[in-house]
Design a protein around this ligand. Sequence first.
Ligand code: FRU
Length: 548
Amino acid sequence: MTQARTQAGKTNRRGFLSGAAKAAAAYTVLNSPLAGYLARAQSGQASKPALNLASDPRRPQFHLLPAANWMNDPNGPIYWKGRYHMFFQYNPNAAVWGDMHWAHAISPDMVHWKHLPVALAPTPGGPDADGCFSGTAVVRDGVVTFLYTGVAKASSEEATLRDGHNNFKETQCYATSTDPELRTWIKRPTPVIPTPPHGMQVTGFRDPAPWREPALYPDGWLMAVGSGEQKKGGAILLYKSPDLQKWEYLHTVATSTPKDGDATNPVDSGDMWECPDLFPLGNKHVLIYSTQGKVFWKVGELDSKELLFHEQQSGLLDYGSFYAPKTQLDKHGNRILWGWIPESRPVAEYSASGWAGLMSLPRVLTVGNDDHLKIGVSQEVEKLRKHEQKLHLAPIKAGDKQLLSDQRLKDACGELLCVVKPSSEPFTLDLLDATPPNDAPKDATTAVTSQVSYLSIRYSQANPGELVVDQQRMPIHLAAGQPLELRLYVDGSVIELFANNQSTCTKRFYYPGPTAPEIAISITGRPADITHLSLWQLSPISSDRLTT
Ligand code: FRU
């Protein structure tokens, strides 16, 4: 969950593409039940024996993830013709980063997904020959259009991306689809932005994020691009265009101070900012970008005269394993944010498991009266709830640890809501491993002997401005009398925690063996302070953990 581990989630770019497995892993189909998996494998969705993946308890059951192999950033999420489309960075050949394609999934509600064939693949000899990197989908004149970054080998002078072995050029590319289900894409053969702005020694040049905002620029489109400059630091570049194809560079909308880190990995030092997203929200503008394994938000104003961004507040979007998010509008006009949840286990482990990474739940963004970004969960997720268990605390002495006796979250697949009135007594909540021993009588509720806590949350009025999640401190501001509201989604090997729509923390947790642990809830504090405690088992979105 630490930054270092989050960064380790992606194979170091030193090995950029050089080690990418270009050939699909060979495997044998022994009997007919595998036929369905084979069909998916042939459509580019799996390349390992899928039976293991279908029964791996660490694979989430209500989050979107590919049927096999590696995924990272969400790309071009869009609501189109009554369906939600999600594209994402995907390696069809291995469970490690490399050979980037855009995978494609479709949903009626942002919760239940079906995989479609890969939408974008590198074109040999084209500007994206070595990878189709992240980008955005917009609609122009009724046609869905992608702006994305193409990566191709280049001379050292032209390079914008270096991995210590090879030099690559990043260019901004363009593709359109007139297919109602967005299955087929036509690429413009040449980039729409072939080079970075004249005279800039960029540390990177990628992840175009165009948007239309007639109040600011009536004649066309604005676009943010992730970048940075050597000796100057990370930066977001602003462009404008009448038609999404001819682009004019304007200026930077945000910059940092130079960090002077390792030139082959400027993202780790903060000298390169990736995956910008800039959009109006309420009567403000929000800028989001990713660097150093973290996601930053800024709320401010983009003035219509000069198109300069005037920052008013800033913060971290998530305090755990969460990176490279991207927003879209849902069918009601809510601003929805999706993020890549990387692995926090070693590369050798996830590579051997045959899968890596998942998509966050859809998060709803708003700007609060304090100009801070607020982050909740889309109401659509509530439809996964099965029957509710309201939990009751037996009377305990203040300060005692209280196990919510017989309630268990089964199969690591559920939601917990806990509302607490802050008092003089510190409050803690732990999710404990409560798997009964093998010899325990069936159906009996056994005492929890394990000390394994998958997540620990602490709040104390001694430090009222912070919530401590494991070792991580995150800000929380409760007005007088306002309760602490904790919402947790537990799914296979991930926990998404939302605290009062103010701070979020996404945690990966791992365990050995073929079954998911049963989880018990343990609490300290005054029982009378806990005003609400509910637990729901959530319904898996597929019968075989392959989200199809
Ligand atoms: C962020 C990122 C983007 C890039 C993509 C490549 O995780 O590095 O900047 O477009 O991943 O997979």
